[in-house]
Design a protein around this ligand. Structure first.
Ligand code: ARG
Length: 428
């Protein structure tokens, strides 16, 4: 990208955090610029970033461990100069929330401080965020056509804790948001910026008449476009002053950096596929369900919901295993597993564990080889005897035999692989 010749882009890499900005009066001022009070509940991917205790930026979670921000927020700082908070609407709530440890930072090596081209970087967190209603990654624009998306006229949302007036250096305690319009498509010129602005580098967004814009302190924050899910389309990068008619905000165009972002770590590219290798294991009165995550989900980006039928019991987890207690007995059970990530919910996979319930009638005192009981359960290959459950006084194991000691019901549980089989023997 060439340098701007006619005018110079005014960019301030960051802005001082003003502690006085937490005043109540601040909350009623318009902000970002031309916006209104927002909430982290509507922007749960947004994180607050402080550099060396004095400057601020925003970023967006694109996985539980990866924050995308502007390169100009990272250059000149070491990883331990940078602090990140997730899940807050007000910067003054920082002490109430868990600060996320920063493992490393990586500004795009092609970032040019003169032209602000390639203004993108990532912060890798030292541990994954806990996914909540206030902390949730955003989808990257993998499903779109980069040569046409986002088209001029598309509505977008910006948010940040930056200054709320071009003439006031105080940043906002409250997260502010504003609706903007994409003002130029990916190959079209932007406002009065002229031919030197490379549209492949930046999404041009704001209002044709000015007055609504991001500004100092909002850098690195998200420009979100609503598709079937919210999509990160751009990062607050630069602009000629703020909210000036003819000079919209310039947002690092995410579609131009998807391959680079994928090199920085595991990120989801689509809604999760159905899980595979579902196994339901009977653990006495409990059932353990395990599965394998499909490969397109990005590491740990998927939250799984397992539902037991007919009881309707549910288990929600980021891992790939769930345990169910107190399932109703005497009913055929089935379990469904579906993953959800920032792209949406994937297809459901289900399993009805083959808990065989064979009933045989045998006389008191009989000695039955475990092998035969296994064959009643349909197990012909080697079976491992696990337990004689629920009826320890009715029958007992002696070497490789089961001895029927009392009248009643003897239940023998056998396992082959991870599936359990139960054989009930009526002792008469
Ligand atoms: N560089 C600024 C920052 O570090 C963001 C500037 C955005 N300007 C604009 N007119 N949208 O906070």
């Amino acid at each position: 990208m060439k340098a701007f010749s006619i005018f110079s882009l005014i960019v301030v890499s960051a802005v001082l955090i003003n502690p006085a900005s937490a005043s109540a009066a601040q909350l009623h001022k318009p902000a970002i610029i031309g916006g209104s009070a927002g909430s982290i509940d509507n922007s749960p991917w947004q994180v607050f970033i402080v550099m060396r205790g004095t400057s601020q930026c925003s970023g967006s979670l694109v996985s539980p461990t990866m924050v995308v921000t502007a390169a100009h927020c990272l250059v000149g700082y070491a990883a331990n100069d940078i602090r990140v908070w997730a899940g807050i609407s007000k910067t003054s709530e920082r002490s109430l929330t868990q600060e996320m440890p920063v493992a490393s930072t990586n500004a795009n090596p092609s970032f040019d401080v003169r032209t602000f081209s390639n203004d993108i970087g990532v912060i890798t967190l030292g541990k994954p965020v806990d996914i909540t209603g206030k902390v949730y990654p955003i989808a990257l624009p993998f499903g779109v056509t980069p040569s046409t998306w986002p088209a001029a006229g598309t509505a977008g949302t910006i948010s940040g804790w930056g200054v709320t007036s071009p003439s006031n250096a105080a940043t906002s305690d409250q997260l502010m948001r504003a609706e903007v319009s994409v003002l130029a498509g990916p190959a079209e010129p932007c406002g009065q910026y002229g031919p030197d602005l490379d549209p492949a580098q930046d999404v041009c967004a704001g209002s044709p008449v000015g007055a609504v814009d991001a500004c100092q302190g909002d850098s690195g924050g998200p420009l979100v476009i609503q598709g079937t899910v919210p999509i990160l389309a751009g990062l607050v990068s630069s602009g000629n002053e703020c909210a000036k008619a003819g000079y919209p905000g310039l947002y690092t165009r995410i579609t131009s950096f998807l391959p680079w972002l994928q090199q920085q770590g595991s990120i989801a590219t689509a809604a999760p596929e159905a899980p595979t290798e579902l196994v339901a294991t009977n653990l006495g009165s409990r059932v353990g369900v395990t599965w394998k995550a499909p490969s397109n989900t990005g590491s740990a980006s998927t939250i799984w919901t397992v539902t037991a039928a007919p009881s309707g019991q549910m288990c929600v987890t980021a891992s790939t295993t769930c345990e169910f207690d107190e399932l109703p007995s005497g009913q055929e059970l089935s379990f469904t597993v579906a993953g959800k990530n920032s792209f949406g919910t994937g297809p459901v996979a289900s399993i009805s564990p083959q808990f065989s319930s064979v009933t045989k009638i045998r006389k008191l005192g009989a000695v039955i080889p475990v092998k035969r009981i296994a064959s009643w359960a349909g197990i012909t290959s080697q079976a491992k005897l696990v337990t004689i459950s629920e009826s320890p006084r009715i029958c007992s194991v002696k070497a490789t035999d089961v001895v029927l000691k009392k009248r009643g019901a003897c239940v023998v549980s056998l396992s082959r692989g991870k599936i359990s089989h139960h054989v009930a023997i009526a002792v008469v």
